[in-house]
Design a protein. Sequence first.
Length: 119
Amino acid sequence: MLRWLLLAVVVVGLAPGTFLRTPTGLRSDVAEVRVTPIAARTGVSGDLTLTGAWELSSAHGWFGGFSALVADGEGGLIAGSDRGWLLDIDLSGPAPHAVPGSFRFIGRRESAREEVVDL
């Protein structure tokens, strides 16, 4: 009887993680991206000069994890994530900003549960 009671306690303890989850939203949901400047650091060694640093944030469930950054040739940057999302950042003007509507998924669905993601 004690074993059944312990099993029930374990099952009830693990249940919230299984049944209660934060909704991630849909991929088609519009992402409102905030670009916050980060103060320049001093004492950084090396030949490169840091001209600006920003923190990107959004409440969108699929936002984040950017590991690729490339110049777009038009005065902006394109950030890419490991999950197959791209974001355009416009550097013209007094402050950088995310291009509205530019946060987009570029992966390809192979089946209902399989996707191909390649930057």
